[in-house]
Design a protein around this ligand. Sequence first.
Ligand code: WT7
Length: 650
Amino acid sequence: MSSENITSVAREGRKFNASRDFQAQANIGSIGAYRRLYSESVNNPEKFWAKQAAELLLWRKKWRKVLQWKAPFAKWFVGGRLNVAENCLDRHLGTARENKAAIIFEGEPGDQRTLTYKQLHHEVCKFANVLESLGLKQGDRVAIYMPMTPEAAIAMLACARIGAIHTVIFGGFSSEAIKDRVNDCQASLVITADGGWRRGKVVDLKANVDRALDGTPSVKHVVVLQRTNTHVTMKEGRDHWWHDVMATASHRHEAKAFDSETPLFILYTSGSTGKPKGVLHTSGGYLLGTTITSKYVFDLKESDTYWCTADVGWITGHSYVVYGILANGATTLMYEGAPNHPEPDRFWSIIDRHKVTIFYTAPTAIRAFMRWGDHYPAKHDMSSLRLLGSVGEPINPEAWKWYHKVIGGGRCPIVDTWWQTETGAIMISPLPAAIPQKPGSATLPFFGVVPKVFDDQGREVPKNSGGKLVITRPWPSMLRTLWGDDERFKRQYWSEYEGGIYFTGDGCRRDEDGYFWIVGRIDDVLNVSGHRIGTAEVESALVSHPTVAEAAAVGRPDELKGQALVVFVTLKNGVSATDELKEALRAHVAKEIGSLARPDNVRFAAALPKTRSGKIMRRLLKEIAAGGAVKGDTTTLEDFSVVASLQKEE
Ligand code: WT7
């Protein structure tokens, strides 16, 4: 898409400042303090990051060089050695944190558990020994497909402890998706559970794993947590119960020091082709990025009970449920289930009962809460809250203001945090006491981050005009490559502009105060309920169905989900277009990818609008999907009657 088409409609003038009380206690309490540190961070980045790394992390061996940048390949803290799990756990032992809650867990059925730092350390050490006894070594890949239970975090931290690379697969993904990911990274171990609870029903995780493992020769072992007590088949020699292998494991485990650039995890995310990308993050830089942003963006303190509602299957769950929060020694809350089970006040009840102080969720959830009604939050005492956060998509000012008033009681600053799986940590966001908030804007860049808005020629656009959001310098928590595919890494992120400029895929505008207003994706990626879905992935799932000749997936604006998924399908000769087939195609996509990608609407078409060179004109399909008239340039369209007939339908 050309940058000329990017316009931001969210305009909201009002600024919100944190209260004096909030400012007085904040880690960074004024705009002046922010500006001073920001200048330091961009004028002398290596000095800034060296200071932060020494202050915030425990290193076994100091680095020789802060940054080695051979664009687009970065190495941070070259020669430094550390252990990520030790940073999250061991270093809090023997301090006042030892017996404080590291994880507060609430299961959907209502079961609760608290693990202190000491207990969490104990479990992670045991599981690290289990991993080693199963033959896992540094650099081996481990797939984790689990419910939101403490064991998911234990599994991640145990991998980190032994230098194995985890790849967490969201529990909503299908067996096909598990198979693709496991095969792409050649995982030798899968960690899963019999099931997980979601809206009072069991999600059959182990059964999905079993189906996937028909076609994954790299997998030698499966460890299965007993969570729902549902019946599962255990394959002799391959499958082991978590409680069996843990029963005999020692809780003593020595954390080895690993090189700063040791891979920590791979996280698959959608891109503009049919195949998900394995975003690779490494140790020192990633941990520093997540630790420092947790401290300053969430104004995290010893006394906080922090709750991020994201699943560990997403980057938010990695950076801001597990690593960044535990590295700071705070308390992280994990909730297993749905926000409306048994009633739509479940989140508010959790905040009330556990006295949550910081709450971080997604705009799509906020819009659902708004729709469910103010009487649900009103039933609970939420005066413990002091800070709110938002992530995943632009938050519309109306939802922002509702969140501020109804959930935050008008007293809590809101941090609208822009970042990506690839960036590892928050990049653009208010610091709650320092940067005045404007509803709908992610405001200003975090330390060391230099974002710009470019036109197609790589020039900065004037104030208040739309363009492409880029990051012009390397940052510690940046992705290092795409697993096994350096070429795709270069093409995808570094080829839009020359000279080591990272292209985010987002459209953006800067206002008169220099605030960033993210418009959303401008590539072929949709954001449905805060989840990234590649249109090409959906299309390739559709054409794998025997009835489908051709398919195009587009987004349509949706009040609740941000975008809804609409697919246009042409059928093979002789296949009749029935409602049953529409349902079958929706189910087929859910089976191929996961229910998060189930199309909201399937539309049959005799043909798809194409350019004379044969490219599908998605812009037209988007306009048709949104119910509007087809505007703009249609001169490259090969056959206009195609559009006319598409508009007639439905
Ligand atoms: C894409 C990244 C970062 C964790 C969750 C999603 C969109 C994310 C915001 C925000 C506007 C946002 C962007 C981005 N996005 N946060 N605060 N305002 N847009 O991670 O799946 O990697 O998706 O989400 O389009 O590129 P992800």
